[in-house]
Design a protein around this ligand. Structure first.
Ligand SMILES: Nc1ncnc2c1ncn2[C@@H]1O[C@H](COP(=O)(O)OP(=O)(O)O)[C@@H](O)[C@H]1O
Ligand SMILES: [Mg+2]
Length: 483
């Protein structure tokens, strides 16, 4: 059975940049390859060939492939992988040529007129459907797999399935976009808020510790808004020196100060039609807080060096990992700006409060980075335990970095706690104590208790929550370890 329907055009072809004689013709064409008719004395099997031909009414087409068969009439070429836009162009041309077939191009079964799907081989034959190419690619892959599956061992098969199904659909609680993971109740609530606010133009304030996904949240809002075809413009207030920030945000007129040789467009104007994401907003100096307020009130901005304002159409999202209330209390942040921003707030919980999400994220990063690096690794059971017990002050970013480092530096099939720079809670070590009254986490290490207490600034309730034990147990552990 064929996997690629082919057509039989007669297209003059230029091979490897040279006109291969007037008789050189591309006489059979599919998404997978072509047959080039003509004498090609110098072409050997295995040679890479570069082809250039004109697809009638679609324009010039160039692609490359490998000579796989030589016959007296010519040479068969298997295409190297085409990029998706070339594939689309080629498929359009082929689909037009498949118009009046009387046989299934996959299995050859004959018909008066082609049905929607072949009764014999089951392939869909609706070539002009806009989703046919995607269908074809998926089905092709499954067919190939089917042909090869018998020869694969169970382990090889499992790896193939892992590769095909990067995350099992059960784990993806969100169709926000696939890389935004979370199934915990707290994250579900975040997703609900994102969905709710995305289609509006309401300014959003995103709060959360570093690495909790504030920028990802802003991007998810943008991607789900009517502005998604326009720009998403992020800018970090803390990363830009205070004296340059105004120019970055609002732009300036030519000659407005020494060195302003040309006019500069600021990020607000740059984001016109789209979304501006202002990260670390607590760092915004007072003068710029006034300008930002003006924008929020009437969408007007002022370039440096002008007195007239300019109206912009920008959706505004801000984020901070600081306690804005505290900034407000000590006069570093304007109350009027704060109350305007605070109207719609999304608070991202730290990952230590997301329960099973930690392992979900960890497994997903392990798969993603393994694929990037080209290795296949799994977490050892101790590593899973260690991941679940650590406090993750750097949140998702820290988790991703630890896993990436473990994969790059480690060589064992199983990723161990030490590869992740995490304490091995299972290992035979000193300092382990059974957690009395605990919730089944088992043993708690002294170092772990110290780290968690520090992380929580010795707040016993939070420490207890992270360690998964009761408050009296934390007091008990403190006494026991002499902390
Ligand atoms: N829920 C999540 N699922 C998958 N990746 C995430 C998630 N949250 C954050 N990340 C990833 O973690 C990293 C840090 O996220 P980011 O949005 O930059 O955090 P923040 O802005 O809060 O510091 C990014 O690479 C981001 O893609
Ligand atoms: Mg950030």
């Amino acid at each position: 059975m064929r996997l690629f329907p082919r057509i039989t055009p007669e297209l003059p072809v230029i091979l490897n940049g040279r006109l291969a004689g007037s008789k050189a013709m591309l006489s059979s064409l599919s998404l997978g390859g072509a047959f080039l008719r003509g004498p090609f004395p110098s072409v050997k099997i295995g040679d890479s060939l570069f082809m250039k031909y004109n697809l009638p009414s679609h324009g010039l087409f160039e692609n490359s492939g490998r000579a796989v068969r030589k016959e007296t009439e010519g040479v068969a070429v298997q295409f190297y992988d085409l990029d998706s836009s070339s594939k689309m162009k080629l498929w359009k041309y082929i689909a037009e040529g498949l118009g009046n077939l009387h046989a299934c191009p996959y299995c050859g079964h004959t018909y008066e007129g082609l049905p929607q799907a072949c009764a014999l081989c089951g392939w869909n034959l609706d070539f002009h459907s806009p989703v046919y190419l995607e269908y074809h690619q998926k089905t092709c892959m499954l067919q190939r797999l089917h042909l090869k599956a018998e020869k694969l061992s169970a382990d090889q098969l499992r790896r193939v399935v892992d590769l095909l199904e990067p995350e099992s659909p059960r784990q993806l609680s969100t169709e926000l976009f696939p890389e935004f993971l979370g199934t915990s109740q707290v994250m579900k609530e975040v997703f609900v808020k994102i969905r709710k606010v995305a289609p509006t133009d309401v300014p959003v304030l995103i709060l959360g510790e570093s690495g909790t996904g504030k920028e990802l949240t802003a991007l998810a809002i943008h991607e789900r808004s009517k502005r998604k075809e326009k720009g998403f413009v992020p800018i970090n207030c803390a990363a830009i020196p205070e004296n340059l920030l105004e120019a970055e945000l609002f732009g300036y007129e030519k000659g407005s100060y020494t060195g302003a040789h040309t006019r500069k467009i600021g990020k607000f104007e740059y984001a016109d039609g789209g979304t501006l994401f202002l990260d670390e907003i607590a760092e915004l100096p007072p003068a710029l807080q006034v300008k930002l307020l003006r924008f929020l009130e009437d969408q007007m901005i002022e370039r440096i060096g002008t007195v007239t304002g300019k109206k912009v159409n920008v959706r505004f999202i801000a984020a901070t990992n600081c306690d804005l209330q505290a900034a407000l209390a000590c006069g570093r942040f304007r109350p009027d700006l704060f109350y305007r921003l605070e109207a719609f707030t999304i608070k991202l919980p730290p990952i230590r409060e997301r329960g099973e999400d930690i392992l979900l994220l960890a497994q997903s990063f392990l798969k993603k980075f393994s694929r990037e690096i080209g290795v296949f690794r799994e977490f050892a059971p101790e590593a899973l335990k260690a991941l679940g017990n650590y406090g993750w002050p750097g949140n998702v970013r820290e988790l991703a970095n630890k896993i990436r480092k473990a994969l790059v530096l480690g060589s064992d099939h199983f990723v161990k706690p030490k590869d992740l720079d995490l304490p091995d809670l299972e290992g035979s070590g000193q300092g382990e104590e059974p957690a009395e009254g605990g919730n089944g986490r088992g043993k708690i290490e002294k170092q772990k208790v110290i780290e968690t207490l520090e992380l929580c600034r010795h707040n016993i309730s939070r420490t207890a929550k992270i360690l998964g034990v009761s408050r009296p147990t934390v007091y008990h552990l403190k006494r026991k370890f002499g902390i």
